[in-house]
Design a protein around this ligand. Sequence first.
Ligand code: DP6
Length: 361
Amino acid sequence: MEQKFIPKSLAASKASGKVTWQTPSNIALVKYWGKKNPQLPENTSISFTLSNCHTTTTLTYGKRKDLRGTYDFKVVLDGKEQEDFKPKIETFFKRIEKYVPFLREYHFVIDTKNSFPHSSGIASSASGMSAIALCLMSIEKEININLTEEAFYKKASFLARLGSGSACRSVKGDIVVWGEHENIEGSSDLYGVPYVDGVAAVFKNYQDTILLIDKGEKQVSSTVGHNLMHGHPFAAQRFIQAQENINKIKDIFANSDVDKFIELVESEALTLHAMMMTSNPYFILMKPNTLQVINEVWAYRKKTGSKLCFTLDAGANVHLLYPESEKEPVQEFIKNKLSVYCKDQSYIHDCVGTGAKQLTI
Ligand code: DP6
């Protein structure tokens, strides 16, 4: 299957050029936690593509004169060269070289910036890796003009996955599935696909406010975390549960069942953290304020009948999900009651978005 992404002949023709993509972050509803080599998920995951949290990457490329050494690139974040990002990109390049034969022929400058603060604890790998993948695909498209739009995006997601699993869900909007599932046609372990089965209007413009609880470095990288699922006593059951949750969320989306959505999404978040708490070694990534927020959300829901709920990434920050119709009261509640639990009272309002965009700058 992977073979279809190896181009027949792709000699780099252009001497130099520049391309820019803006790619969004995403928030998983059914979580990816556990993978096999090479970057294949143990279970299907599904996410909302976000809109305001995004990465903008300009890839400048020029033919190399000296082809000694492996790759020739530098990474610039917010105008400053970043040596410490290079190993991750180098690993990414090694994984994708087979599919991107011109990779060694060019010198690259990867100039990138995030719309959210770097130290916010918001994972930039999903938007960052998908941006590089899309830039490389734009170069491929110049050489292979017959590439269809569908093939372009599929391969972009395929490449992004090899950079960071969740990045393959950051190419398209508005809901994306990654990982083969018997009840989702076209789903694949190799790339993310837009979820095109029935989705009720309420989920089309769902809101996500990200509370920045802890801006520090993550205690455990997601790669280390995924590996802890190997030999985990509850792993097999978790992977079965995730496949079942995909069936449930399909019905929820089709039937506009916001109450069941809340139940499923919160359970997925807590299960993810339960997996970390029961691995060897074990971790607690939630902070006291994460729990304060969760309890406040539950109390608010009880008191007002609101449909506000939460989900979590592999960190302390809380994503608050709610229908657009509740935007005003919920955002008031966040400002008045929840912002005190955030570092420097900071949070980001976001919502479901449409996917990556090429920019001409
Ligand atoms: C908890 O995609 O960051 O956010 O493939 O090792 O780069 P790598 O992991 P990554 O894992 C994300 C895990 C998660 C859940 C999710 O987004 O599905």
